[in-house]
Design a protein around this ligand. Structure first.
Ligand SMILES: [Zn+2]
Length: 367
């Protein structure tokens, strides 16, 4: 979409558009599509997937030879499973920065990193298509940016709570909803590898959180979203052990503020009772999982935390814990519904006309 400003921060390594005879292949879009399909973003790989000669592809990129034939363009589009129009997008696609993963270091997962960066970028341009400027962060002051140099997770969480007008005895409301109201785009992502629950990125200055679809772990997803919000608030520009720990501290501070009252209550629930009931009561009151509470208890070296964790495992094995569906994004799905109504066409058809890959669009707008 053309309403992106020129962005000096565009990744220098991305190639610009090669224009000739009125048709230009947007190489930024080609590489993005390749990454979405887990194909290496190289001429060799795209050539071998599409059957178009590598030299032909390189010629499209050099601005000197002939207009790409429709046949070859379609072969590339088919190989990357995107509409032809996607490859001819007129504008550069904003880069993703501040990419962080929950629970695994980025170094361990280069492919996933590329996939999720690409996905966040696709979500951002799709959101701009559907919502125009309305999901841009135009709240002043920026509700997720620390005005001072507070960087520590717990303190940052307290500050965000204060800015939201939630005192330390109030449980957090629906976190996906809250994130959306703070200008964060929350979208369901493609299948995530084992152990990865969520990731976040900043795309062209806009914040994106990607969560699992069909996540039935309500409490865990709440933690994940709180964790990713922590990365934004503390302006982390990468994963890394320290940032991950700070984001976890933030999540804990946001979901279950470490006040004297809460501390006493947790100590009592862990140390002074034989069952899980008191912990389950805290879970119900604060909408924070027993697992997270026990992690906090272990971190705080509260005696009995280990035993309670074993009890929890047993309890879970016999299906003694209620499973709740996770919170769902609403901003993009609702915008898709109104666009479909307005144009009297299914959103998939609309998106396809605009050159967006259908399968990912379906995922992004699903309720
Ligand atoms: Zn993280």
């Amino acid at each position: 979409m053309s309403d992106y400003p020129d962005d000096d921060s565009l990744d220098q390594s991305t190639r610009g558009s090669a224009s000739f005879a009125g048709v230009s292949v947007n190489w930024d879009a080609v590489w993005l599509a390749a990454r979405l399909r887990k194909i290496p973003a190289t001429f060799v790989a795209v050539a071998s997937e599409s059957g178009v000669a590598e030299s032909t592809l390189r010629n499209w990129d050099t601005d000197r030879v002939t207009t790409p034939s429709q046949k070859n363009l379609d072969a590339v589009a088919r190989a990357l499973d995107v509409p032809r129009r996607f490859l001819l997008r007129p504008d550069p696609i904003p880069p993703a920065s501040h990419l962080t993963f929950r629970r695994k270091s980025a170094r361990e997962m280069t492919d996933e990193r590329d996939l999720f960066a690409a996905y966040a970028r696709l979500a951002a341009i799709f959101a701009t298509f559907l919502l125009g400027g309305t999901w841009e962060l135009n709240q002043t002051p920026d509700p997720l940016r620390e005005p001072e140099t507070w960087r520590e997770g717990q303190v940052s969480a307290r500050h965000l709570r204060a800015r939201l007008g939630l005192d330390l005895s109030t449980p957090m409301p629906d976190l996906v909803n809250l994130a959306e109201s703070l200008g964060v785009l929350v979208v369901y992502g493609p299948a995530m590898p084992e152990g990865l629950d969520a990731c976040s990125a900043v795309v062209g200055g806009r914040r994106v959180i990607v969560v699992k679809q069909n996540d039935t772990d309500y409490f865990r997803q709440r933690w994940d979203v709180a964790h990713e919000l922590g990365h934004f608030v503390m302006e982390h520009d990468s994963a890394g052990r320290e940032n991950e720990a700070a984001a976890n501290d933030f999540a804990q501070g946001l979901l279950f503020p470490w006040t004297m009252t809460n501390r006493r209550r947790l100590v009592g629930a862990v140390r002074d009772t034989d069952d899980l009931e008191s912990l389950l009561n805290i879970q119900a009151d604060w909408q924070v999982s027993v697992d997270a509470l026990l992690t906090t208890a272990k971190k705080q070296k509260i005696r009995g935390a280990q035993e309670k964790a074993m009890l929890l495992t047993k309890h879970r094995e016999v299906g003694g814990l209620e499973v709740l569906p996770a919170e769902s994004p609403t901003v993009l799905p609702n915008a898709a519904d109104s666009a479909a109504l307005r144009h009297k066409r299914p959103i998939e058809a609309l998106a396809k006309e605009e050159g967006f890959p259908e399968d990912f669009v379906k995922l992004m707008v699903s309720h």
